[in-house]
Design a protein around this ligand. Sequence first.
Ligand SMILES: [Zn+2]
Ligand SMILES: [Zn+2]
Ligand SMILES: [Zn+2]
Length: 128
Amino acid sequence: MLEKKQIRKTPFRQEVLKLFKASKNAISLKEIERNLTSFDRITLYRTLKLFIEKGLIHEVLHSSGKKYALCKEQCDEHQHQHNHLHFHCSSCKESFCLKTHIQDLNLTGYIIEQTDLSVHGVCKKCNN
Ligand SMILES: [Zn+2]
Ligand SMILES: [Zn+2]
Ligand SMILES: [Zn+2]
């Protein structure tokens, strides 16, 4: 996955990527830090920035802070190809990517320049 995005493989980058692959939901910087065996904050910050630039992960914005999630679609360098909704659960506090895209909202005639697609509520798991 790193080679495909032309990112030089380092043990640290591989470890960070593994974390993203292992988690179904978006993860915060704190959660990433908690799961790393050892890290240097600047290296971690640079790694996340690089992953975002290369289209490997994207930011999931929330009023309480920023989280990061793995890109599912084909994202390229400097070009993220998705406009999907993010769901924030008020019960389990998890955030995750939804399969609903902005195209599904039927905004014919509107020119979209920027999107901030956040949905807040109770997720399926917590609603059971
Ligand atoms: Zn992306
Ligand atoms: Zn939940
Ligand atoms: Zn997402």
